[in-house]
Design a protein. Structure first.
Length: 93
């Protein structure tokens, strides 16, 4: 409580203040691309643990759409690589 009271009436947020409140920040690998990149960032605060910000339903839909698109792209890429590999095998024979 002392820490919270210490910064009760701040006018500017500084790096030392953040360092006192934040235990760690975990940055996960980005997914998507070309304007649709999504990157999960977990913030763990001292005394309360991980903070999960509330997410709007529209944001959830956008995230789900981006994940589906990423899966489709990955599947297409895999299929193209398999086709190239098969073509290379056929040419050798």
């Amino acid at each position: 409580m002392k820490l919270v009271n210490k910064y009760k009436h701040i006018e500017e947020l500084t790096t030392p203040m953040l360092n006192e409140f934040i235990e760690k920040i975990v940055v996960h690998e980005a997914t998507g691309g070309r304007g649709k990149c999504i990157q999960r960032i977990d913030i763990y605060f001292n005394f309360i643990g991980q903070f999960v910000a509330p997410v709007k339903e529209e944001e959830i839909k956008q995230i789900e759409k981006a994940r589906k698109e990423e899966k489709v792209k990955a599947k297409r890429k895999k299929e193209r690589l398999e086709q190239i590999s098969q073509s290379a095998k056929d040419r050798r024979q």
